[in-house]
Write a protein that binds this ligand. Structure first.
Ligand code: GLY
Ligand code: MN
Ligand code: MN
Length: 435
C-alpha cells in the first residue's frame, strides 16, 4: 500500500510546481449510471488517486500552496448512517484528516459556500477545464463575479492553468513504492496468464478462459485493469476483441491480453499460445518473428534512448522476418520506406503504464521523441495480424494473430522486465501446457 506520507509528499511537490498564489483544484470521478439506480463499478480519477489514495466519489481536493505552510483541503461526503446502511462505511471529514492526512476537510455540500472564500487572494487556478462542463461554468462564474465586485479590494484569480502538464509529468516517473505496486499487479496477472495456459483445451469456449482470468484477479482481491481480450483463431486479429464468446478450436492460437489492477496500478500483458498446447509449423515461424522483434525492442529500452527507437526497432525486426517468410515482398529498405509492414503490423509498440493502462505523460517534447529516463514504465508489445482475407499471401499465414506484451521499467542499466516470469518462449509455453 502507498502510505499517507507519500501522498502528502506528492501534494507538496505539485504545490511547489504551481507556486504561491496558486490554487489547485482536482475533482473526484463521477459515479456512472449503468441503468436506473444501478451504477458501474466506481473507479476514482487517477489524478485524484495519485494525490490522495482517496477512492470515494463526490469529492474535491483543493491545494493551497503558500510561502509558509501550504494547505491541502478535502471536500467529501459527510458520514450518514442511513447511507452507510446501503453502501457501507464512508470516510467522512474526520477520516479524511486522520486517515488521509488532509489539513482540513469539509462536507461536499459546503463546497459552493467555502470555495469562493478559498479562492480570494489567489492569482491563478490550476484546474482541468473540459472534464466537467457544469463545474467549469460554476468556476468561471465565480471568477467573473470576483472581477466585477472586487475593484482591486482583494486579489482574485483571473487565470486558469491546465493542471495536466505538471501533474502528468510527475505521474510519468514512478517511485520505488509505485514500482513495487506495479510488480504486484504484474505478479497477479502472471498467475492469471499461466493458469489460462494450464487449463486451455480444444473444445473450451473463450468465455471459460475469460472466467479463469477473472477468478485469479478476484481471488487475489484485484480487478481486471481493462476488459480482457481472449481471442481464439482469427479473433486474435481484432485488436479490441472483448466479446470472448467463441469456441476454441484445435490447431488455433489463442491471444490473451489481460492485466490486473492492484492498489490502483495496472499491468497490461499479452501472451499468445496454441489452444492444443503445440505450435504448428507456420505458427512457430511467425511467433519467432514477433518474439525476436520484442526481444530486440526490449534491448533498446534504456535510459538515454529515444522512446520511438523501441517501436522502430520492433518494426525493423518484424519486417525483416515477414520478408524472410515471404509474407512481405521487396527489400527491407523498401518495405520500411513504403510502410508495407503496416498491412500486418498495425499498432504502435507500446505506451506508458501506471495508474492508467494507457498512462499519462508526453511522448514528444518540442516535436521530438522524448528520451527514456529511469522510473518510466512502458509496455513493449509488437504484434503481427494476418487477416483471413489476405489473399495476396500464402494461405498458411491467413488468420494468424500474434502479440507478445511485457511491462518494462526503465533503469540506469538494463531494462527491468516486470513480467519476465511469465512463460514466453515456445519451449516454456509448451512445457507448461503439457504439465
Ligand atoms: N490492453 C491494451 C493495450 O495493450 O494497449
Ligand atoms: Mn495489452
Ligand atoms: Mn498495452
Amino acid at each position: 500500500m502507498i502510505k499517507q506520507k507519500e501522498f502528502a509528499k506528492r501534494r507538496l511537490q505539485l504545490m511547489g510546481v504551481a507556486g504561491a498564489g496558486s490554487v489547485i483544484i482536482v475533482r473526484a470521478a463521477a459515479q456512472k449510471v449503468r441503468n436506473n439506480d444501478v451504477h458501474y463499478p466506481y473507479r476514482q480519477n487517477s489524478d485524484f488517486l495519485y494525490l490522495s489514495g482517496f477512492s470515494e466519489p463526490d469529492a474535491m481536493m483543493v491545494l493551497l500552496p503558500q510561502e509558509k505552510g501550504s494547505r491541502s483541503i478535502l471536500f467529501c461526503r459527510a458520514r450518514d448512517s442511513h447511507r452507510e446502511m446501503w453502501d457501507g462505511l464512508m470516510t467522512g471529514t474526520e477520516g479524511a484528516v486522520e486517515q488521509f492526512g488532509f489539513d482540513e476537510a469539509f462536507p461536499i455540500g459546503e463546497m459552493e459556500k467555502r470555495l469562493p472564500q478559498l479562492l480570494r487572494g489567489c492569482e491563478r487556478i490550476y484546474y482541468d477545464l473540459g472534464k466537467d462542463p457544469d463545474f467549469d461554468q460554476v468556476l468561471i462564474g465565480w471568477m467573473n463575479d470576483f472581477r466585477a465586485k472586487t475593484r482591486k479590494k482583494f486579489l482574485a484569480p483571473d487565470e486558469i492553468v491546465a493542471l495536466d502538464h505538471s501533474l502528468h509529468e510527475m505521474r510519468l516517473f514512478k517511485s520505488r513504492t509505485e514500482i513495487t505496486a506495479m510488480r504486484k499487479s504484474v505478479r497477479i496477472a502472471a498467475k492469471a496468464h499461466q493458469r489460462a495456459m494450464q487449463v486451455c483445451k480444444p473444445g473450451m469456449n473463450e468465455a471459460e478462459i475469460h472466467a479463469e482470468l477473472l477468478h485469479t484477479f478476484t481471488s487475489n482481491q484485484c480487478e481486471a485493469s481493462y476488459i480482457p481480450i481472449v481471442g481464439g483463431g482469427v479473433n486474435a486479429c481484432v485488436l479490441h476483441y472483448i466479446s470472448n464468446r467463441d469456441p476454441l478450436n484445435d490447431g488455433d492460437l489463442l491471444l490473451i491480453d489481460a492485466g490486473a489492477e492492484y492498489d490502483g496500478y495496472a499491468s497490461d500483458i499479452t501472451r499468445t499460445f496454441p489452444v492444443n498446447g503445440k505450435f504448428s509449423g507456420p505458427q512457430r515461424d511467425l511467433y519467432q518473428v514477433v518474439l525476436a522483434a520484442q526481444q530486440k525492442a526490449i534491448d533498446v529500452v534504456r535510459a538515454g534512448n529515444p522512446w520511438d527507437h523501441v517501436h522502430e526497432t520492433a518494426v525493423q525486426v518484424a519486417t525483416e522476418g515477414m520478408i524472410d517468410l515471404g509474407i512481405l515482398k521487396g527489400s527491407l529498405d523498401e518495405a520500411l520506406e513504403e510502410e508495407y509492414f503496416k498491412d500486418y503490423y498495425v499498432h504502435n509498440t507500446g505506451h506508458w503504464l501506471g495508474l492508467d493502462v494507457h498512462d499519462v505523460g508526453e511522448y514528444e517534447i518540442d516535436g521530438h521523441s522524448r528520451v527514456l529516463e529511469p522510473g518510466m514504465v512502458l509496455t513493449v508489445e509488437p504484434g503481427i495480424y494476418i487477416p483471413k482475407n489476405a489473399t495476396a499471401i500464402d494461405e498458411i499465414w491467413r488468420g494468424l494473430g500474434i502479440r507478445i506484451e511485457d511491462n518494462v521499467a526503465v533503469t540506469r542499466d538494463d531494462a527491468d522486465i516486470l513480467s519476465s516470469d511469465i512463460c514466453k518462449t515456445m519451449e516454456d509455453i509448451e512445457e507448461l501446457m503439457a504439465s
